[in-house]
Design a protein around this ligand. Structure first.
Ligand code: GAL
Length: 359
């Protein structure tokens, strides 16, 4: 009923093969991903006439995924999602310099973050509900500057209800910080030349964390009332994207971290709905739920024009959008943000669900 298949996706420069795995459910929805960065390479879902298309952006080769032009297509992000100001943070007054890969700052886990690593396949699970694969990674003490040997597991599964789930677990042997997310760029039209500006979006949030002209978090939290950032009522993404007043004066579109409304009752997994996306053309829908407290909405503003992707597709700004469930960014600098500190006695566990449908 469910199928798991494996194929070689190419090789790294040193000859290491990169594997691509595909999970297919009994409705023929499929999800493909690599052991390189747990990168989602394809998500194929039907539209309202039953036509299957791939609804995420990506590349055809491992070199392209490792290239400097890759805007983090589809991959896991770790140890910490988003920006850490001045590439340093401190734990109990001890400062840790981090690798500096974004001007003076640290972005998405650094120069060689979890997205650039080959993950070890640990386990394949197939039962009558789901098919999934578990990968593991050991991030050594001072990897990209972070303290502690961190052992991480990522379980990617697809169920018969068209739900793609990503479950993270991590443990450390020293106090450290962990804030994982995944970074697929969605375009529910499934057509390479279309932008995502006609997609309609709901974000279950009434406030966001302010960032400055370098997109560094200031620690201030603002209510969304009256702002072009407010997506509590479903809105086309393009409707207000050109607004340049606060807080959109530096971002060239949406690139903001929303605090998920915690007045929602979590489901039995502890997940709340972060966002709902709908494409009126294909009538495909996507509901993202998570255990994490925040979601970064990035409307693909910096995708380089002409970036060559899968099947020679030429991407452009707004060719896809990201909705990245995560912890509070740069939380250890801002004591009003919920901390991302992980202690040796604790177990890090977070879940992201991407539930696809047709409306
Ligand atoms: C997003 C971030 C953007 C940009 C992008 C990668 O998560 O919000 O500002 O850095 O990743 O190109």
């Amino acid at each position: 009923m469910k199928r798991i298949s494996t194929q070689e996706f190419g090789k790294l420069k040193d000859g290491t093969p990169v594997q691509e795995f595909t999970l297919t459910n009994n409705s023929n929805m499929s999800v493909s991903f690599l052991n390189l960065g747990c990168t989602l390479t394809q998500i194929r879902v039907p539209d309202h006439v039953g036509r299957f298309d791939d609804v995420i952006l990506g590349f055809d080769s491992p070199e392209a995924y490792l290239g400097v032009d890759n805007p983090y297509f589809g991959c896991i992000i770790g140890r910490t999602a988003n920006r850490i100001a001045q590439s340093n943070f401190s734990i109990k007054d001890k400062e840790y310099p981090l690798s500096c890969n974004h001007g003076l700052h640290h972005l998405h886990g650094g120069t060689s973050g979890f997205d650039k690593k080959i993950w070890k396949l640990e386990e394949k699970i197939e039962n009558n509900k789901l098919a999934g694969l578990r990968f593991s990674l050991i991030s050594p003490h001072l990897d990209e500057g972070y303290p502690g040997n961190l052992s991480i597991s990522t379980f990617i599964s697809l169920d018969s209800n068209n739900n793609l789930a990503i479950e993270y677990q991590a443990q450390t042997d020293m106090t450290t910080v962990v804030n994982l997310t995944h970074h697929p760029y969605f375009n529910l039209t499934g057509k390479a030349g279309e932008s995502c500006l006609n997609h309609e979006l709901t974000i279950h949030s009434k406030s966001f964390t302010e960032s400055d002209q370098e997109l560094i978090f200031t620690g201030k939290i603002f209510e969304l009332d009256g702002m072009a950032l407010d997506f509590r009522n479903r809105q086309p993404i393009g409707a207000r994207i050109d607004v340049t007043e606060f807080p959109m004066q530096y971002t060239g579109g949406y690139d903001h971290n929303y605090i998920i409304d915690d007045s929602q009752q979590p489901d039995i997994q502890g997940c709340r709905t972060a966002a709902e996306l709908y494409d009126p053309l294909s009538r495909r829908s996507l509901v993202i739920s998570t255990t994490q407290p925040c979601v970064q909405f990035y409307s693909g503003n910096f995708i380089p024009k002409g970036l060559v992707g899968k099947n020679q597709a030429k991407y452009f700004p707004n060719a896809g959008l990201c909705l990245e469930p995560q912890g509070y960014p740069d939380a250890d600098r801002h004591k009003n943000f919920k901390s991302n500190i992980l202690e040796p006695a604790q177990a890090y566990r977070e879940t992201i669900n991407y539930h696809f449908g047709i409306k």
